[in-house]
Structures are given as structure tokens and as C-alpha cells.
Design a binder for this molecule. Sequence first.
Ligand code: LRH
Ligand code: MN
Length: 442
Amino acid sequence: MLLISHLYFNHYISSMNIEQKHIAQHNDSLIAVHQRKFARLKEDFSQFELENAIQKLIDFQIAIPSWALGTGGTRFGRFAAAGGEPRNLEEKIADVGLLHQLNGSSGAISLHIPWDIPQDVAKIKQVAAEFGLAFDAVNSNTFQDQANASHSYKFGSLQHVNKAVRQQAVAHNIEVIKQGDALGSKALTVWLADGSCFPGQLNFRKAFENTLESLQEIYGALPADWKLFVEYKAFEPNFYSTTIGDWGQSLLLANKLGAQAYTLVDLGHHLPNANIEQIVSLLLMEGKLGGFHFNDSKYGDDDLTAGSIKPYQLFLIFNELVEGMDAKGMNHAKDLGWMIDASHNVKDPLEDLLQSVDAITLAYAQALMVDRTALKVAQDHNDVVQAQEILQQVFRTDFRPLVAEARLRANAALSPLSLFRSLAYRDQLIAKRGKNTTATGL
Ligand code: LRH
Ligand code: MN
């Protein structure tokens, strides 16, 4: 087994990670079972409904974070790397290219600066193009001090009481816009660790005003066709207040900044039991929802695999997304930023990302299959039981064959994770890159 995969791994470390014939062989071995399962859906749903959903699933692309292609850690440490982790940006792009070949839904990479500064922009653009990848939002970083920095962000960055520190952070964000623009990215994500750890430490109003003033300078440097995503977070690394701590504070900033500013929803950035689907519905209503960082969590910002802890919540979020985007006539694939933000402490990073993309596309498929006419009738008649039945009927229906059919038509694998494993891909990466290579990132 190892010998065969080793031979053809080395053979294809060119622009395509996997030769299409190997995906075809994989699909041939699974096609009969797939068609039987897909046929079952045809019994309950019209051709139009299924075809409409399949086309939307094919167009739906999720950006993979460049900082989540290696083994993650916590303040208690980071265990041994998965092995064969990408050693540079080219290899990170190749790994995202592999995910995209396997599932057809990972057609973009989101870079974090300075963790992933493109040394040779032309080369990086060429490698990404070879793998059919776009550059999604670029992320700035004013939550860590850089070795050669004049000022520390210990007490914040854009909020800082010292103008020189704020200016350093503004300059970094403007530099990140330039780097993203050179790559063809169209959005900047700003997440600030800024806040306080103890009562009395911070003047909340001044911190917010400083942050707004700093963001206005960054906003002023945006190319006309760019978006600014303001990512909020309830706590960590500050544990008393966070200056952009919830959707209300982020929306306040986005409204004060202007039409190119939006709110970014990271699923792990809410206080326990927050109703994220309601937040999504209202941000869409305001035309101020910019995009997502998908992951899952049980307690805090756990950055776990999307759909691994609260799959029903993920479905309910997509249910509001489909309803709200259709109400606004938005293009599902293009009008919002679909991105993952996760950290892999115990799983193989690529397997974890395959599972996340699978869970996200399944939640989207389920939301596309909700009978919206019947739901509206139930809501208009306060038929609470029927409304729940309509949603749970869909959630309890196995739409995995629908997502698999979309992958099949996109020339991807019917079962991406099992193909990744049957190729012994991690072993091949270790053979190629070494056992102890560690990727930059979280
Ligand atoms: C903060 C965050 C943010 C990124 C970082 C890697 O918790 O979600 O989006 O900059 O993770
Ligand atoms: Mn995030």
C-alpha cells in the first residue's frame, strides 16, 4: 500500500496534488451506493429543488485559514506536530489546493500577516492560480508584538492611550491592505485583542473613540472595491472588557465607518447561549453582515471543528442566512465572506478542515431545502409546533448525498476524508517534508 501511494505522491507534487484519474477511481468505487442514496432524495424532493441546491453548493466556496494548516496549541502547550506540516506559504497553498481537489469547496485561502507574508507575490499568485485558488480576506495582527517593533501592544493597539502605538497599528493595517491588494484579495479583517483585565484599567469611551479614529484612518486606505470586516469577540486574551466585544459594538463601528465596513461573525466569539442565528438575521437586515469565521465550541473560543458540538445551531444559522440573503436578493456565493477559523490541537489539520467544510456545506444544503412557503404559513399562524416540525424534518433528513452529488459534478471526491486516508496522504507529506516541520500560525 505505502509503496504505490509513495510512487504516485512524488510523481504529482506538481500543480495538481492528486491526478484526476485517482479521484475518478475513488468515485467509481462509490458511485453505486451514492446513486442509490441520492435516488432516495429524488422521491421526496422535486428535480427543481435538488438541481437548484446542487448548483448553489457547487458555487459555494469556503476560504481556508493559512494559520490553521499545522497543529495548534493552547497556553498549556502544543503537542508534537502532525508531521509533514507546510514549511512555507507555497506548501500551505498546495495543502489548500489538495483540500479543494478533494471537496471542490475550498477554493480560497485567507492569509494572516505577518505569519504568512508573501515573499514573491508573482510566484505565490501563480502557485495559487495553478491550484484554482483565490485570496480571500487578509488578516492583520496587532495582538502580538513583532521583534523589531518600536511599541508594544500589551495595553492594546488601535485603542491605546498612546497615539504613537495607535499609529504603529494603523500603519500595519495599511501595509496589510497593500499586500492583500497585490494578491487580489478584496477585504481586510481586523480582530483586536484590545480591552482590559481589571476594573478601572480602561476608560471605555476613550478606548472606543481611539479605536474608531484609528479604524477611520485604515478605512480611508481601503481601495474602492474592498470591504473592511470588523471581527468582535467577547473575551480572551483580555478577561474584563474587550473593546469590540459583541455584535452591537462591531455594528456601531461599521455604521460609523461607512458603506465598505461590515461585521464579521466568528461563531466562537460569543458569550454562552448567545442566539447567533438571531444576530445573523439582524445584521443581514441591516446590510452589515460581512462574513463568517466558522468553527464550533462548547465553552469559549475553542476553535473546534465546525458542526462538531452544535450542528443544529450551524443549521439554524444557515437557515437565517438563506432566508435573509434571499430577502435581500443577495448572491449566496459572492456577497458574504465564507471562512473557517479553527485550531487543531488533537486532529490532523487537513482531516479537521475536511470535516469542517463538510459540516458547513451540509448545513447550507439543509437550509436550501427548507420549505420556506410552509414555514411562513406556520409563522403567520403562530403554529409553533408546525414551524419546528418543518425545520427538524429537514435537519433529520440525510442530505449528505446531495452535497456528495455536488462534489461529483465538480470533479471532486465523493468521500474526501476516506480518499485522503486511502492515499495515506499525511505519510506522504511526512516523507516529502519531514516529521518535525511546523507551520506558522496559531
Ligand atoms: C481571534 C481570531 C481572529 C484571528 C485569530 C487567529 O480569536 O478568531 O479571527 O485573527 O483568531
Ligand atoms: Mn476569527
